[in-house]
Ligand binder design. Structure first.
Ligand SMILES: NC(=O)c1ccc[n+]([C@@H]2O[C@H](COP(=O)([O-])OP(=O)(O)OC[C@H]3O[C@@H](n4cnc5c(N)ncnc54)[C@H](O)[C@@H]3O)[C@@H](O)[C@H]2O)c1
Ligand SMILES: [Zn+2]
Length: 378
């Protein structure tokens, strides 16, 4: 087997992909990006200003088989990040999400199985979403995996999860990769399709494949104008517009926010080492925070006195807690996250202040769409 020299990154003009492209170029890989400049992500319709001059950029859709095949034949490794990204939106754009994410990946695998290529590694972006709820511990029944919360307790503002066996409240614990999975939205289903298909084909044909399950990734270049993107970006965008961040439920939801720089370091390890081959691997910081903590951290770092608006209402498909058990990445790859929340969010804010993207805040429109579709708990 020859050394990996040339890496194809689909979705490489996007947020996570672009940071990885920079890291790969800096390590002297030859990098080709395939990206269709999805208008929801790239509103200018042009390559972003951060496009790396040492990488090759090809505008095209991953669902264009001939183009994808030609690029795969020229590469030694594929990082497949191109995707429609958004939980709420996937619940009313079902066809688009399944087509781009599931069928796009199916096409990639069809080429992998049928074309004469020399791909030595496939990395496919999976997500925290494949877990549905995180892992929990019941005082009586030990580790349990409750499903989506029922409507009645939510309507009664009883937010905490309950044990599937005894119905008592349960405590959140970090989620290991082998937790029972279930998906509660179309986007997460497609992420699971992608992961499961890639790992299966990889194993069957002996092509090393790995599926990073990203937790809440934050950092520069994150879309601030896409209301379907991550919560930290949405709040930051609101705050910079002088508006209150909207915090669903009581703000006590536990998450793992991981800096893009730690994520990229872990992805490079996945490409260069084989310890995590054929496995899904959590990428988080290993640090647990409530989303209200994050809203407050943002306001504090901004020196703002705007208080978060805590809605005491929720979205029907939301999970309560999910935090990362990162021991698999630590033991198989030697991954060691190094960016603190304080450092990482300071960097995000400094970057956000300089991006024109932040001028618009589409959150209210997105919230209205959810409300019209009956996806908010009343
Ligand atoms: N950001 C997170 O916290 C997070 C969490 C879990 C999983 N992920 C996954 O990581 C990957 C990258 O996410 P991101 O945050 O960088 O998203 P992003 O939207 O910034 O980047 C995705 C890129 O894919 C491109 N794209 C979309 N559809 C395409 C198509 N049909 N053909 C070619 N290119 C297409 C877009 O133009 C964009 O540049 C995605 O697969 C996403 O599902 C991200
Ligand atoms: Zn119990």
């Amino acid at each position: 087997m020859t050394k990996i020299q040339h890496i194809l990154v689909t979705g490489g003009a996007g947020y996570i992909g672009s940071h990885l492209v920079d890291a790969l170029v800096a390590r002297d890989y030859r990098v080709t990006v395939l990206d269709n400049l999805d208008p929801q992500v790239h509103r200018s319709g042009t390559w972003p200003s951060y496009a790396n001059p040492r990488a090759t950029y090809i505008q095209g859709d991953v669902r264009d088989r001939a183009r994808l095949e030609a690029l795969m034949l020229a590469a030694d490794a594929v990082v497949h990040f191109a995707a429609a990204v958004g939980v709420g939106q996937s619940m009313y754009q079902v066809d688009r999400y399944v087509d781009v994410n599931t069928r796009g990946t199916a096409l990639l695998l069809d080429i992998l199985v049928n074309a004469k290529h020399h791909i030595q590694k496939v990395v496919v972006a999976s997500s925290i979403g494949v877990y549905g709820e995180g892992a929990y511990r019941c005082a009586t029944h030990g580790v349990v995996a409750p499903g989506i919360r029922a409507e009645a307790p939510l309507a009664a503002r009883d937010w905490e999860q309950r044990c599937p066996s005894c119905g008592e409240h349960v405590a959140s614990i970090p989620t290991p990769e082998d937790k029972a999975l279930y998906r509660d939205n179309i986007y997460s289903m497609t992420k699971y399709h992608q992961e499961e298909m890639v790992l299966l084909i990889g194993k069957t044909y002996g092509i090393p494949a790995v599926a990073p399950r990203f937790f809440n990734v934050y950092g520069p270049r994150q879309s601030l104008s896409n209301p379907y993107a991550g919560v930290a970006a949405i709040w930051l965008s609101r705050l910079l517009n002088g508006r209150q961040p909207v915090v669903f439920e009581d703000g006590g939801q536990l998450r793992d926010f991981v800096s893009i720089h730690d994520v990229v370091r872990c992805l490079v390890l996945m490409i260069e080492q084989n310890g995590a081959d054929f496995l899904p691997v959590n990428i988080g910081s290993g640090e647990t925070v409530t989303i209200l903590d994050i809203a407050r951290l943002l306001t504090r770092l901004l020196g703002s006195d705007i208080e978060p608006q805590i809605t005491q209402t929720g979205r029907r498909f939301d999970i309560r807690h999910n935090t990362a058990d990162i021991s698999r990445a630590q033991t198989t790859l030697g991954y060691a996250p190094s960016v603190s929340l304080e450092q990482g969010f300071t960097e995000l804010i400094e970057w956000a202040k300089t991006t024109p993207d932040v001028a618009e805040d589409f959150f209210d429109r997105a919230l209205n769409e959810l409300s019209e579709k009956g996806l908010l708990v009343r």
